[in-house]
Write a protein that binds this ligand. Structure first.
Ligand code: PNS
Length: 169
């Protein structure tokens, strides 16, 4: 698989991205080169309470990926496998940070395989720098006035400060 020409495959990277973090960007950076074309698919409803609505989550991800020509950001509702099929994807990409992610991710991968046997789930192991990083922790630290500048793209930093009424730097 490569960036160009005939070897190009489409992969879907689904998630809540509430908000997108540098950990997600690390996965995106590697997956876009592996597959040649990557769709970052923001789940409208991932069964969670979101801080940012789907339009905000998509806009932040778009801004964060704007210099990555192989990456498109979209939103989806319903089953991820149906969405991936509709986009002609061969794979669903997920990031793994630690063993604690593994059980849930494995369960989802097996369910997705049961629903769509032709789709591969590909796990990319997070960079050690990001194993502790999650959108929930970033939100908590930001809400309490902590410094998150090194953990998220600049656009997310701005949006989190705005959301929590913290003055911009
Ligand atoms: O970032 P998250 O919250 O871990 O992402 C979870 C997500 C959106 C990937 C997952 O909830 C999902 O795939 N939702 C779509 C609905 C679906 O297909 N559910 C069955 C998955 S086995």
């Amino acid at each position: 698989m490569s960036d160009e020409g005939q070897g190009m495959h489409i992969a879907v990277y689904p998630g809540s991205f509430d908000p997108i973090t540098n950990g997600h960007l690390d996965v995106i950076e590697r997956a876009r080169h592996l597959f040649g074309r990557l769709i970052v698919a923001v789940a409208v409803d991932a069964g969670k309470q979101h801080l940012f609505d789907v339009a905000e989550r998509v806009a932040m991800a778009q801004e964060a990926c704007r210099d990555m020509p192989q990456v498109q950001v979209d939103s989806f509702e319903g089953l991820v496998v149906e969405y991936a099929r509709s986009r002609g994807a061969v794979a669903i990409v997920k990031g793994l940070r630690a063993v604690s992610d593994f059980e849930r991710e494995m369960q989802m991968a097996m369910m997705n395989r049961c629903l769509a046997p032709e789709l591969h789930t590909v796990f990319l192991v997070a960079h050690t720098e990001y194993t502790f990083l999650s959108s929930s922790l970033v939100k908590e630290v930001a809400r309490l006035g902590g410094d998150i500048e090194d953990l998220v793209p600049a656009v997310v930093c701005r949006c989190l400060r705005e959301k929590y009424g913290i003055p911009q730097l």
